[in-house]
Design a binder for this molecule. Structure first.
Ligand code: CAA
Length: 273
């Protein structure tokens, strides 16, 4: 991908639909960029996101990714209803498969991803936010899975990831009613980690991303793996998985440096090895 020195096009998709900026630094921002359609996800936009995240996952210098929506109204207002309206089952399944691949790439990349939701995160938009490791919202954000009002169900992972994030009963309420909730309610049920004034959202998310990027890269990546992969395992297997990841960090340059820096009362200088 070309992203050195700031924004750029991405391999595997239309780079104008998913803008990648990192200015050569450790924090990258991906912006879903279809504001005229409230950033609705058609196949081209999903492919652009897949290209963007596949590229970022292969960039060792990228330590945290912020995902947000272009324009001031929406994170993403869902999968593109106009392009889905006449789809066959096979076509709908193929669209979902692109998105599932995106979710896998985001889960598997070493850098954590944070969703910065500043408006509508409905349907596929809520599902896309759930691909991120956690979500921050502006006071004006709205969340929901309104698909049952369109004759379908969430198809980009929402029926599975929302229950895992907020619990089966709260997720079922949202899934069966299609209700749209505001940011405070999303905070209350644990869908988002914090709510900020609109102008403060991106600076606050950026500060958290910078904090993550300042930590030992292999350790952050291992913590992400332990938490994500462990969540899918029985407790004993998850604890064993943690033990393997924990012990595997010993002997790395950053483990030696981090512990030596503590003893020597100085900041650590990470090498990512
Ligand atoms: N797909 C396609 N276009 C969309 C869209 C979507 N999901 N959401 C908004 N748009 C388009 C609108 O059609 C409109 O375009 P035109 O001007 O060309 O008509 C433009 O974006 C602006 O939208 P509105 O005029 O509707 O804006 P609003 O402020 O009045 O309403 C809204 C905002 C409440 C979010 C409303 O747009 C809305 O309800 N959008 C659909 C939300 C939704 O149902 N999402 C789930 C989609 S299904 C899904 O995601 C399935 C899945 O899991 C795979």
């Amino acid at each position: 991908m070309s992203q050195a020195g700031g924004g750029g096009s991405v391999a595997g998709g239309d780079g104008t639909l998913a803008l990648v900026e990192n200015a050569g630094g450790p924090v990258a921002t991906v912006t879903v960029n279809r504001p005229a359609a409230l950033n609705a996800l058609d196949a081209a936009t999903l492919n652009a996101l897949l290209g963007a995240f596949t590229g970022l996952a292969a960039e060792p210098g990228v330590r945290c990714v912020i995902l947000t929506g272009g324009g001031d109204k929406a994170f993403v207002a869902g999968a593109d209803i106009k392009s889905m309206a006449a789809m066959t089952p096979a076509e709908a399944g193929a669209l979902a498969a692109i998105s599932h691949r995106l979710g896998e790439v985001m889960a598997g990349m070493p850098a954590p991803a944070i969703a910065a939701v500043g408006g509508f995160a409905l349907g596929g938009g809520c599902e896309l936010a759930l691909y991120c490791d956690f979500i921050y919202a502006s006071r004006t954000a709205k969340f929901g899975l309104p698909e049952v009002g369109l004759g379908v169900i969430p198809g980009l992972g929402g029926t599975q990831r929302l229950p895992r994030r907020v619990g089966l009963a709260r997720a079922s309420e949202l899934l069966f009613t299609g209700a749209v909730i505001d940011a405070d309610e999303a905070l209350r049920i644990g869908l988002v980690n914090a709510v900020f004034e609109p102008a403060a959202l991106l600076p606050r998310v950026r500060a958290v991303a910078d904090a993550i990027a300042s930590r030992a890269p292999l350790a952050v990546a291992a913590a992400k793996r332990a938490a994500r992969e462990g969540a899918e395992l029985p407790l004993a297997a998850a604890i064993e998985h943690e033990r393997a990841l924990f012990s595997g960090l010993f002997g790395t340059a950053d483990q030696r440096e981090g512990m030596r820096a503590f003893v020597e009362k100085r900041p650590a200088a990470w090498s990512g090895r």
